[in-house]
Ligand binder design. Sequence first.
Ligand code: NCD
Length: 327
Amino acid sequence: MTNTASNGIKTVGLAPKMDSGFYGQDIISVRQFSRENLTYIFGVADEMRAVVKRVGSTDLLKGHVLACVFYEPSTRTSSSFVAAMSRLGGSVIPINEVTYSSVTKGESLPDTIRTLESYADVLVLRHPEVGASTVAAEYARKPVINAGDGVGEHPTQALLDLYTIQSELGQIDGLHVAMVGDLRYGRTVHSLARLLTQYDVQMTFVSPEILRMPLDVMNEVKASGRSVHETYDVHEVIGDVDVLYVTRVQRERFADQAQYDSVKDYYVITAELMQTAKERMIVMHPLPRVGEISYLIDDDPRAAYFRQMENGMYIRMALLAAVLGKA
Ligand code: NCD
């Protein structure tokens, strides 16, 4: 970090702002980030991309250890954190096969966290309960990074999403962003919508009635003064949007299988639909996709989801270096 106020001592309090730098801090919510913080992290991510393209890796975090603790399935988030740490010269304790029955009683999570922080310098946690990383961060003296807490937030995904918009379209201000699909249970859109309130954007939330954006996120967006609309019809917006952010219907969050079945195939982005989209726009998806984007548009230059996925590694390299005071 360029600032001097940071001393690597964790700030006490609920997901504090990154005002005095990233060093030693938890990353729990996108609410912590100012526009300056974002510009800074995107700049570091650009440098990380250049390093990877040029030489593959660096020894910036040599001797540092990351504990990667996943209580929910993951492919991209966990492997991109492992790859990020490896490319920075550090090493990883990967914990992917936890059973979380005793954690739900409120016991094991703090103990697991206390254990791992005695071996590692930074912890990444994915957990099925909203607020789990806040709890972990309260117990840990080392930085905790939230890699998804149930239907809550997924801040590192939102950072890489925003970084992708900036890299692909050269700007964020002035854009029209539509989020499509499961806005109720999709944590990535909760974080992204909140983060976008810092920019002069127009947002449209496209979902079936039962999967609408939660009221708390909606209220935050409205309170920010940004223009926001809701619709269930993707055709209504496809011709106008700069970013079409598509999400998977989160099957694992439904108590009622019949309800899931009633909405699972609600949206499919097809080549035919893409013909009505602007020439300069992008289609994004946090992945995995399960049918909501046709494979036939993968070769369309506007399909940005694989580039978005790659960006995740650069953003996570930047975040790891920043919280360990090496960016
Ligand atoms: C997302 C997640 O876990 O919330 N995946 C990811 O991290 N890229 C989206 C999803 O699972 O649908």
